[in-house]
Write a protein that binds this ligand. Structure first.
Ligand code: NAD
Length: 300
């Protein structure tokens, strides 16, 4: 990695367990294709031996070192909300920041995770009915997908999580933001009927990764034309999506959300519009090149 002279855009990613992240390669290759002088560095808190509570100091150090921006991932997305000068409205509504841009006289917190899922739905499942959706998993990724669904026109959203408190908390937050929408937290017993009535299901738990095999719900209850979206992208074809495809359901893999958030971040940082399709082709080649279907890696 180049250390001097400093590139025009120096950008970082900070979070836990991110050494295998594909985000640096996605940003750098697309930025080079756009003719930008751009470098992206990873700051893994575990490797640095620093606690998440150091995030404020890390942002100050980055700013002082000439960074243009920092992407933020687990477990710092909520911590950063109170550390920036200005929150972009969607980040404020979501209560989570995954991009901090160092402007000359202020720091601005953005959230591009929800944009990634929204763009994924638009490009990967064009025309899909968002009318009534069930979402399984209400953690970090689930907050972004729920927000994107409601912003995209979902009128009825059922939220399920094995941790009922998480589903309740996300329901409460989303009801505040979308008071005229029907938003419910449902338990395991209610899930099959909810799935049977849904026009689509979003899966936002880690199930389907190699260390979490299986599926989080029973596909037999899916309505005939229901679509299925997964946020997991290592592997891109999860057991869930493989079985849904075999049953004839339209599917959306987690790769589009991952590319979409990176594409939006790059655009916000540089003001230049990336080529989303080129980024996606590159991302899928990177996943294939990992040589094994699930190389573990980061959740961001
Ligand atoms: P998280 O730990 O914040 O949330 C996961 C949630 O799933 C938790 O609330 C947990 O209680 C719940 N859960 C786990 N197993 C469950 C089950 N069987 N049934 C119901 N609920 C269950 O994790 P996260 O950051 O939201 O990440 C989740 C997955 O999303 C990971 O695989 C991660 O790699 C992926 N992810 C993808 C993207 C993307 O851009 N595609 C972005 C972020 C995360």
């Amino acid at each position: 990695m180049r250390t001097s002279p400093r590139p025009r855009y120096l950008v970082g990613l900070v979070g836990d367990g991110i050494s295998a992240s594909l985000t640096p390669a996605m940003h750098e290759v697309e930025a080079a294709a756009l003719g930008l002088d751009y470098e992206y560095r990873v700051h893994d808190l575990i490797e640095l031996g620093r606690p998440p509570s150091d995030i404020g100091a890390i942002l100050q150090e980055a700013r002082a070192s000439g960074y243009a921006a920092m992407n933020i991932t687990h477990p710092c997305k909520q911590l950063v909300v109170d550390l920036v000068d200005v929150l972009e409205p969607d980040a404020e509504r979501l209560g989570a920041v995954n991009l901090v841009v160092f402007e000359p006289d202020r720091t601005v917190g953005h959230n591009t995770d929800w944009m990634g899922f929204r763009d994924g739905l638009e490009t990967g499942l064009p025309g899909a009915s968002l009318r009534r959706v069930v979402q399984i998993g209400c953690g970090g990724a689930g907050a972004a997908t729920a927000y994107a669904l409601l912003a995209g026109g979902t009128a009825h959203l059922d939220l399920h999580d094995q941790d009922g408190d998480r589903a309740e908390r996300l329901m409460t937050r989303m009801r505040t933001l979308y008071p005229s929408h029907e938003i419910a937290a449902i338990d395991l017993a209610e899930l099959p009927d909810s799935i049977a009535r849904a026009s689509g299901v979003v899966h936002a738990t880690p199930m389907g990764m190699s260390h979490h095999p299986g599926t989080a719900f029973d596909l037999d209850r899916l309505a005939a034309n229901a679509w299925v979206a997964d946020v997991v992208y290592r592997p891109l074809e999860t057991e869930l999506l493989g079985r849904a495809t075999a049953l004839g359901h339209p599917v959306l893999d987690g790769g589009r959300m991952a590319v979409g958030q990176a594409c939006a971040s790059l655009r916000i940082i540089t003001g230049v519009a990336p080529d989303r399709d080129r980024m996606e082709r590159h991302f899928r080649a990177l996943i294939r090149a990992e040589g094994r279907p699930d190389a573990g890696g980061s959740a961001e």
